[in-house]
Write a protein that binds this ligand. Structure first.
Ligand code: PLP
Length: 278
């Protein structure tokens, strides 16, 4: 039988992927109260698993949740996925059923969406959309859960739908004071001269992207220096190359911002793609 999806539940192990197992009063469902990670599966293994588990643990701590050990669960899920096919490993931890009071943890593996694969080759058009806060608003407001990858992604998804309804492929959030932040599911990375740059996470409250971190940590392999700095949308139009990076789509070269085409930077994209292995 062709494997199309995998489900492994903490404490139960692998079960048929279409098994209903979440209770209707699970706080992950009713309040988006929980955390998750999406991890690229390549050659049958989760890529950068340590980094994802570390971020998930930090996200959980931000919500006063304790991450149970999930390494074994991740391995179990990946063992049921064909080794020659790239996939999406999702690890989910919720506060759990309101009546039972015990957290819910599970892992799934699913195919990488066709649109994600197409974006690597074809690039994307993005629209800038306001996040509605100044760049430093979330820094001193821990209740806004800056930098945590929580299950409350309704705003992220609405942002993408809004951009798509206007004819773009994705969105880039900007602060009310004009700085580029991140995509709703991706990090902004650009080359400017000899710098490979991204937006600083701690100073802005964006999610610290693992793919962007990997790219910057390996910038020297492209003969570049890693830089973290703020950038305005106006400045972005003038950089040498610009991408949205994320674990599953990998690398999405930006073709235009708010309908204004960018210069061609296919050679940079090919080098960054090779470095990231997408
Ligand atoms: N920013 C947000 C809001 C995200 O949801 C994601 C990924 O899902 C990213 C950035 C990119 O992070 P990563 O490279 O760790 O996937």
């Amino acid at each position: 039988m062709r494997v199309v999806a995998v489900l492994a539940v903490l404490g139960r192990g692998l079960i048929p992927a279409d098994t209903p197992f979440i209770k209707s009063d699970d706080l992950g469902l009713t309040r988006g109260d929980g955390v998750f990670e999406s991890i690229h599966v390549r050659a049958g293994r989760p890529w950068l698993l340590d980094e994802h588990l570390a971020r998930m643990s930090a996200s959980a701590a931000t919500l006063d949740l304790t991450l149970p050990p999930l390494r074994e669960l991740a391995a179990q899920a990946c063992s049921a996925w064909p080794g020659d096919r790239e996939g999406v490993l999702k690890l989910v931890l919720t506060r759990g059923s309101e009546s039972l009071g015990t957290p819910t943890a599970y892992a799934t593996v699913n195919p990488v969406p066709a649109a994600s694969i197409a974006a690597r080759d074809n690039g994307i058009k993005i629209n800038t959309l306001s996040l509605g806060v100044p760049v430093e608003a979330r820094k001193d407001a821990p209740w806004l859960l800056a930098g945590a990858k929580t299950l409350s992604y309704a705003i992220n998804m609405a942002t993408q739908r809004y951009a798509m309804a206007k004819g773009a492929d994705d969105a880039l959030w900007v602060s009310t004071d004009g700085f580029a932040l991140e995509g709703p599911t991706s990090s902004l990375v650009w080359r400017s001269g000899s710098s490979l740059a991204t937006v600083p996470a701690a100073a802005t409250g964006i999610l610290p992207g693992i793919t962007a971190r990997f790219a910057l940590d390996n910038a020297s392999s492209m003969g570049l220096q890693a830089t973290e700095r703020m950038i305005t949308v106006e400045e972005l139009h003038a950089v040498d190359a610009v991408w949205l990076l994320s674990s599953i789509r990998g690398i999405a070269p930006i073709k235009s911002i708010d309908g204004v085409p960018l210069r061609d930077f296919a050679a940079d994209t090919a080098r960054l793609r090779a470095m990231l292995g997408f």
